[in-house]
Design a protein around this ligand. Structure first.
Ligand code: AMP
Ligand code: MG
Length: 332
């Protein structure tokens, strides 16, 4: 190589090195981070915009994993597992979060006229939705399991939780995701994040204002691919959807889904999906489950008292909604 060529080669090498450094620094100072991970039996999508977005997403992941180790009723080391395995034996000392979530859950049993019952687990188990095989149980078995769902047997006192009868069991599946979103919201408010979008397996948190000013949240088509429409949301909101397409089995042409009517012990079947928009994660999560049980008319009525907006599809796949929801939902 001649001297000139060597100089050109070295200059090129230096330029490439500078370019790599510039690209790397732009990438690492990026004010946007996206993460997807699996926890609490579902996929969680996190998108954060703003300063230190990477450390914000890491704090969120840590918090969700922490809550999962407390709430997961399948994990032998969780507090919920301990409450269930001590049913009829003795009260269990729990964390502040566990005591709080059960107090909330119990109070919404009464506020939803019994449609939301955190003690539904023996029924879900019987139908094969908590391990084992899906099956349609006999009426006798259903009535036996219903005996184990009496909410007054759930005693929360200070830092202890106690199920009075052996065989009783609690299941936070209808509230834990929303409650976790409330904790995520606290993290976001304490951070320098400008905006964020968290999708927690059917429950969504919108935080701040996106480019364009409005969040566009897809509502899943309950009977097909893609979305049935787009919900336009401004600012900080929680949006939860419950549907019979999430987990179900079909036997002899009948669909049996994972949400149960606590008054009958049968899978709820008044509607096929309902979406709730509100200002608290636990609230929209609880209410989407409860409204799925209650059906269209009762849900619209109750939503007014609860300060939430709803939309959904009934058994004929007819759209129903409160006024705000119909004005902010673009059908596809
Ligand atoms: P979601 O998808 O939020 O509607 O929650 C459904 C989950 O909540 C189910 O998988 C059960 O773990 C639990 N669940 C089912 N039926 C009820 C009910 N009536 N009240 C409270 N939790 C329920
Ligand atoms: Mg729910």
């Amino acid at each position: 190589m001649s001297k000139n060529k060597l100089v050109i080669f070295l200059i090129l090498l230096a330029l490439i090195a500078i370019a790599v450094v510039v690209i790397k620094s732009v990438y690492f100072s990026s004010d946007h981070d996206e993460q997807q991970f699996y926890s609490m039996d579902t996929i969680i999508d996190i998108k954060v915009w703003g300063e230190n977005s990477k450390s914000v997403t890491q704090s969120i992941i840590q918090e969700v994993n922490r809550l999962s180790t407390i709430f997961d009723d399948y994990s032998q080391s969780s507090e919920v597992y301990k409450i269930n395995s001590h049913a009829g034996v003795d009260p269990v000392i729990v964390s502040q979060e566990t005591s709080e979530i059960f107090q909330i859950a119990k109070s919404y049993y009464y506020k939803t006229n019994g449609a939301f019952n955190v003690m539904i687990s023996p029924i879900a188990r019987l139908w094969g939705f908590k391990g084992g095989e899906f099956r349609v149980p006999t009426e006798e078995k259903i009535n036996e399991a219903l005996e184990l769902t009496d909410i007054s047997d759930l005693e929360i006192s200070g830092d202890t939780v106690f199920l009075k009868k052996k065989g009783e069991a609690v299941d936070l599946g209808g509230i834990a995701k929303g409650y976790a979103l409330d904790k995520i919201y606290e993290i976001l408010k304490m951070s320098k994040a400008k905006s964020a979008l968290i999708n927690f397996g059917g429950s969504v948190l919108t935080y701040g204002t996106p480019d364009g000013g409005v969040w566009k949240i897809g509502v899943k088509n309950p009977r097909g691919e893609g979305v049935s429409g787009i919900l336009k949301i401004t600012g900080d909101k929680f949006i939860s959807t419950s549907g019979d397409y999430e987990r179900f089995f079909i036997q002899d042409g009948t669909r049996y889904c994972h949400i149960f009517d606590p008054s009958t012990g049968l899978p709820a079947k008044k509607i096929v999906s309902v979406t709730v928009v509100g200002d608290k994660g636990y609230l929209t999560d609880i209410l989407s489950t409860a409204f799925f049980v209650l059906g269209k008319e009762n849900s619209i009525k109750l939503s007014e008292n609860m300060g939430v907006e709803i939309l959904g599809f009934d058994n004929e796949l007819e759209f129903f909604a409160t006024k705000w929801s119909s004005e902010n939902f673009e059908k596809r």
